[in-house]
Design a protein around this ligand. Sequence first.
Ligand SMILES: *Cc1c(COP(=O)(O)O)cnc(C)c1O
Length: 230
Amino acid sequence: MGSIGSNLQEVERRIAQACVAAGRDAHNVTLLAVSKTFGADAVREAVAAGQRAFGENYVQEALAKIEALADLRPQLQWHLIGPLQSNKTRPVAEAFDWVHSVERLKIAERLAEQRPPGLAPLQLCLQVNISGEASKSGLAPAEVAALAHAVAALPPERVRLRGLMAIPEPAGDFEARRAPHRALRELLAALNEQGLALDTLSMGMSADLEAAVAEGATLVRIGTAIFGAR
Ligand SMILES: *Cc1c(COP(=O)(O)O)cnc(C)c1O
């Protein structure tokens, strides 16, 4: 592994190359740097290298880091990508910009109630268990439409439904890696055919970002390839 700055450059290069292969514009793929388990200093180093959007899994850890980096807050975007329980919604509604892991209406309703009116709307994605793994969180694909319509009906000045997130099962070759990303893309397209206006496919991690970009990812969540092994 190189420095965080050179790792970021390498990830940007992978995204750009995957976009060329897919005939896509690299401006349509946002890089989310997943900083879970790494300290505020590592985030600072990434910010110095130009990175602005960061993903965190654990609410307590993230809140401490956001606090430690309060001087940079206006430049940064914080995304919660890990599970969210209802007793933690208030600090999340107050401190984050995005939540990717919504899987219950109750959670989205609490986030809408608790989002401070002075802040921009909290941006939401629904997490889908796209590979159907018994152990994984996320909605079954058949449950997505009902929740999407309910979340989209919440007050838009508090929360905005932006799209879908998934963590597919690891797969061996490129074609096998594409399949779950394609399924998520098709699910999003079906929701838009039903009248929703969703623009975000949060998919692709260090090991499968090329497959995700090939299938239309608009936001890739990369940890290991930037910060190193956890
Ligand atoms: C940890 C994590 C990532 C980053 O995974 P890497 O393999 O380290 O790139 C992305 N998304 C979610 C939801 C994660 O928990």
